[in-house]
Design a protein around this ligand. Structure first.
Ligand code: 6R9
Length: 647
């Protein structure tokens, strides 16, 4: 695969951590050594950073493909995220600086959050929820969403969060698959300057009988009119006012289920990924602290992910709160009321660590640096990226424009299934390579292998595998252990198959190339969508690009590109001129084999709510097929706009 990844291989820029970050690097750098000498001992040390009711004596019980971590220990996850900080004298530390889209603000300290979660735990119990029961959380970015997850954890109930954008049938599918008995939702939430009703979706999802839901707990936010089912629906604020303030938390076994999260799955039925307690909390807390060089006493951290996505679970709720972090949480969209919103928020709270997705970064690029420059961003000291391969151009823009040219950008590779970050630079230690996730974090073992499972050499590409079990790994697919074995373990035995393509560079470091289902085969040459997208975005006229392999009679597959132009080029060039320029550019950059058969200039790209480009849908469009399932699409009108362009 080496000749096909030349474009990325030619990326030779390197950035060492700035002085003030490197000060901590001596101790952090030792983590690699410690983990290398005694991997299980290393993870046991990390786990002992948590507060245990019963200390564990066994670190790992591995019966491939099933792992149990720290399994004879007991703890309470919510106590670790809340009470522990209050008990340590940090009750006054801000847990959440929350901003509503219309501009309303709330500040909640660790003492406030602890009090909220204790009351809510009592409410859940009074509604009949017991340890092991499942609770569906259909909430947008409200502090109550964080409280709901932690209240479930506190009583040992298993939450399953569902994106606010999902349809009634999708929500119902998840409620049924998980066997949820309670749904927590809101009347409505703010999005793009309007109240977007959520409760009607829950009503519709529960209309047909056959589900096990006995109550719907409703947070008042949108103040929009909603239907009410007496005996089933309960106002959150009323139940909280009636509830006892005190709650004594019980400890649960380390392997007690914590949550189920359905992956948006590009094809087929969604998979309910099951995570358990202590191992998950250990790895989310560890990675959050060391990848971002977190100093909980002074940092202000902002992760822009939705709470209904795994990044919201691991890097808003569990990792950061286990570390006692002060964070920013924001409702609604970034461009409302103005595109300056995110930068104003960073300035207002003095955000020091900012964690977002490449798709957001490319949107910021498209809007232009003038919006970024109108705010003082000098508080930022670490930037993070997650969700997709970040092309070197976006990486450089992020570092230069948002990070003032000095702030490290850590590109973090992981999945819903892995629970926590697996491959990433450590901000205070690693010399960075734009566009590469680089190295497994301490205690994680990764390889890139060929189809037969043999490790590839340096400079070569193949499939990414995790070669030994890790604390925050998924334990199974809820209700379908056979599918768990087939999807992740059948291909390479006791090595975990991630479904991503990757290559090792000459230093043995890792570059992610996108999902293997995003790998195209053009005339027998394997081309990565990420590589061609990277080349397109490197052209001065391109704001954002998505590439798919569409079936082609002669070449098997052909490269089809969808491109959003930067405004000033869209004004200057005709569509035909732009298409021609970009086709030539890719051919020159990567080689004639990668020259797109077609370049479509489009106003927007279809994305999931977690910000991933829906290439499957673009493939349908490129092949002029009926487009498939669009339930995970964030904005349906984008497809209509592209379709009218293709005619
Ligand atoms: C956390 C999250 C997982 C898939 C994963 C990969 C892609 C995520 C990435 C990345 C390259 C990164 N992905 N981070 N690809 N570089 N830094 O995104 O979870 O929604 O389950 O998606 O996302 O393809 O397999 P999830």
């Amino acid at each position: 695969m080496s000749d096909r990844i030349d474009h990325l291989l030619n990326e030779t820029r390197r950035f060492a951590p700035p002085e003030e970050l490197a000060r901590a690097s001596a101790t952090t750098a030792e983590l690699y050594e410690r983990a290398g000498e005694d991997r299980l001992g290393f993870w046991a040390e990390q786990a002992r950073e948590l507060q245990w009711e019963t200390p564990f004596t066994e670190v790992l019980d591995w019966q491939p493909p099933h792992a149990k971590w720290f399994h004879d220990g007991t703890l309470n996850v919510a106590v670790n995220c809340l009470d522990r900080h209050v008990d340590a004298g940090n009750g006054d530390r801000v847990a959440l600086h929350w901003e509503g889209e219309p501009g309303d603000r709330r500040t909640l300290t660790y003492a406030d959050m602890t009090a909220e979660v204790k009351r809510l735990a009592n409410v859940l119990t009074s509604l009949g929820v017991k340890a092991g029961d499942r609770v569906a959380i259909y909430l947008p970015m409200l502090p109550e969403a964080v409280a709901a997850m932690l209240a479930c954890a506190r009583i040992g109930a298993v939450h399953t969060a569902v994106f606010g954008g999902f349809s009634p049938s999708n929500l119902r599918g998840r409620i049924d698959d998980a066997g949820a008995t309670l749904v927590i939702t809101t009347d409505g939430a703010w999005r793009k300057g309007k109240v977007f009703a959520l409760k009607p979706t829950v009503d519709e999802a529960l209309r047909e009988p056959g589900h096990g839901v006995t109550n719907v707990l409703v947070v008042k936010r949108g103040e929009n009119d909603i239907d009410w089912v007496d005996g089933r629906d309960v106002w959150y604020h009323e139940a909280m006012a009636d509830a006892e303030a005190e709650h004594v938390a019980e400890a649960f076994p380390a392997e007690h289920p914590l949550f189920i999260l359905y992956t948006s799955g590009t094809t087929g039925r969604p998979k309910g990924i099951l995570h358990t307690s202590a191992g998950y909390l250990t790895q989310t807390a560890f990675t959050h602290r060391h990848v971002f060089d977190l100093q909980p006493e002074r940092d202000v951290y902002w992760c822009t992910a939705d709470i209904g996505w795994v990044t919201g679970h691991s890097y808003i709720v569990y990792g950061p709160m286990a570390n006692g972090t002060t964070q920013v949480m924001h409702e609604g969209t970034f461009d409302t009321p103005t595109p300056q919103r995110p930068w104003q928020i960073i300035e207002r709270y003095g955000v020091t660590i900012f964690y977002t997705a490449p798709t957001a970064i490319r949107t910021f690029m498209k809007l232009g640096r003038q919006h970024t420059q109108s705010s003082d961003l000098s508080s930022l000291r670490v930037l993070g990226s997650v969700g997709e391969p970040i092309n070197p151009e976006a990486w450089m823009w992020y570092r230069d424009v948002v990070g003032g040219g000095t702030t490290p950008v850590v590109d973090t590779w992981w999945q819903t299934e892995t629970g926590a970050i697996m491959i990433s630079a450590l901000a205070s230690v690693t010399t960075l390579k734009p566009g590469s996730a680089q190295v497994p974090i301490p205690g994680i073992e990764i390889d890139v292998v060929d189809e037969q499972g043999s490790s590839v050499g340096e400079g070569d590409g193949g499939l990414l595998v995790v070669t030994s079990p890790w604390p925050s790994m998924l334990r199974t697919i809820w209700g379908d252990d056979d599918r768990y074995r087939e999807t992740y373990w059948e291909k390479f035995g006791d090595r975990y198959f991630a479904g991503d393509g990757a290559r090792k560079d000459d230093d043995g470091e890792i570059w992610l190339l996108g999902r293997v289902d995003d790998v195209m085969n053009v005339s027998g040459h394997r081309l990565s969508t990420a590589e061609i997208e990277s080349s397109l975005v490197a052209h001065e006229s391109t704001a954002e690009a998505a590439v798919v392999g569409a079936s082609d009679e002669t070449t098997g597959q052909a490269v089809v590109a969808f491109v959003i132009l930067k405004q000033r080029f869209a004004d200057e060039l005709t569509v035909e001129e732009s298409e021609d320029v970009l086709r030539k550019h890719v051919a020159a950059e990567i080689g004639a084999i990668a020259r797109p058969r077609q370049v479509f200039i489009v106003p927007d790209l279809p994305k999931t709510r977690s910000g991933k480009i829906m290439r499957r849908l673009l493939r349908d469009l490129a092949e002029r097929r009926e487009i498939g399932d669009t339930t995970t699409l964030a904005d349906q009108s984008v497809v209509d706009a592209i379709q009218s362009q293709l005619r």
